[in-house]
Design a protein around this ligand. Sequence first.
Ligand code: KIV
Length: 266
Amino acid sequence: MTHIEKPLSINDLTAMKQRGEKITCLTAYDASFSALIDKAGIDMMLVGDSLGMTIQGHGSTLPVTIADMVYHTRCVSHARQRAFVVADLPFMAYATTALATENAAKLMQQGGAQMVKLEGARFEIVSFLVGQGVPVCGHLGLLPQSINQLGAYSVQGKEPAAADKMMEEALGLQQAGVALLVLECVPAPLATAISGQLQIPVIGIGAGLGCDGQVLVLQDMLNIGIGKRPRFAKDFMQGADSVEAAIRAYHLAVKQSLFPTAEHSF
Ligand code: KIV
């Protein structure tokens, strides 16, 4: 008889933080990789709007629509057994509480997401969604949906005032009800301090070893991305004889706190 694993819940991820076990996460956009990532034991899959670049070939995440996100989230959630599934609300899909509610419902009801992620210190939107029973993941640091305001994909929170603001925003998001927080391209000491202050799990990408877990874009860690691999992303295909072995190597390196090293941090 085939053994079917129960999907992890947010309580399982929070318990991992409490007992000091690192949380592993990769982006996933389709059923084949979803099944493989799940089989390799990864705790969480993020259906990221990075699919605008990795799957659709755009130069940014901005062209991604809610219909794209629902389609890819459904592909991923159909094929997983155990990993917790989070899906991104794309650019402008949470500009108002009404839009956020309608689009979060699509990701959960049609896509099968267990949680939705949105970028920035959007306290009002977060507390409204949480009040409607929608689990929310925050995202601070580098916000790819704001690339045209930022001007470049660069490390955020380097200056003391910006670091203090990010700490305040992280605490504010927790207060508003987010159950998880992603920190992208943040100096390692700041990300460590934020992870230490928050009760909720903090998942880092280019944010150093002190976060409660790590996420990478799948194509970056398999070194099959279109553009230049970001400095914080290690090529796990090196020394691996299959894609599954590379994903298992990433999982083990994160669980054993061997990734990211200083070379992959800021
Ligand atoms: O869209 C995405 O893949 C993300 C990660 C970079 C965290 O938001």
